[in-house]
Design a protein around this ligand. Sequence first.
Ligand SMILES: Cc1cc2nc3c(=O)[nH]c(=O)nc-3n(C[C@H](O)[C@H](O)[C@H](O)COP(=O)(O)O)c2cc1C
Length: 316
Amino acid sequence: MVSLETDIGGLRLSHPTLMGSGCYGSGDEFAPFVDQTAIGAIVLKSVTRLPRLGNPTPRLVRTPAGMLNAIGLQNPGIDWYVERELPKYAGRACPLVGSVAGFSVDDYAYVCERLAADDAIAAVELNISCPNVASEGETFACDPALAAKVVKTARTTTDKPLIVKLSPNVTDIAAVAVEVESAGADALAVINTVRGMGIDVETWRPRLGNVTGGLSGPAIRPIAVLAVYEVARAVTIPIVGQGGIETVTDALEFFLAGAAAVAIGTANFTDPRTPERIANGLRDYLQQRGIASIREIVGKANVGLADAHEYEGDEG
Ligand SMILES: Cc1cc2nc3c(=O)[nH]c(=O)nc-3n(C[C@H](O)[C@H](O)[C@H](O)COP(=O)(O)O)c2cc1C
């Protein structure tokens, strides 16, 4: 019997598959269709200090290999969330990770503390990388010093595992990861969506009400795998890899690149059984190769044969 158990900075999971924030709700709607005991954890939709109506519609646009979204962090605010939402989440078959978004360092700390204090929440993810809000959404993940400040302050509010979600929309994601690790993060989520835009050629209007949005799905997978690979070489804390995972092969790429777990987002929109399929596929893969645990393959990509330095470059 192979083991799919993993540990994300103190959050012990029976399966290395999380449901990405904003793509699975609290799991309620999916419960009749899927075996949620095959899910490692559900990362809840990001919540802010005050309620938010979100962006003007349209908020979702299909793209050839994924989708653009600009939801704009629609949520009822932390007061309503703690009083009316979280009490409904008791009895889930897997742990729940609360997700925090904010517009100031103080916001993050406040919402983190409120979420972490609730028994329904096993760990907290800091979404410092939302590309879909007009101003500061992503600023925190794009500035290593600011990212560190958010994490340091949030860290003082809880002992529960703290996961920090990084943005791919930076020049050097590893540099941000290093600062965030030093500031006290227990784990990293890599990556959030990639900035994008679509234009309707009939109306000449942007396809999204917000004009720009975040690209997710298979189109971003190679970007995400590289980000995980680079971050894994720079830090020692575990990584939850995500970006375009649809199949067991996709998930395996992330483990080999250095992820200790994966999260599934956009794939849930077309196949809510993706987590179960991937868990079964991982088990078969390990069994066929006589590998006892998923932990044994983390970061084991054999990059020795493809030394870019020999060829003086890595593209073109
Ligand atoms: C419709 C939608 C809403 C999202 N909302 C959030 C959110 O509230 N907080 C967050 O941290 N990430 C959010 N994300 C990002 C996903 O959690 C995930 O990191 C990203 O989409 C990459 O994974 P994927 O390609 O498997 O979707 C959202 C993504 C989508 C598509």
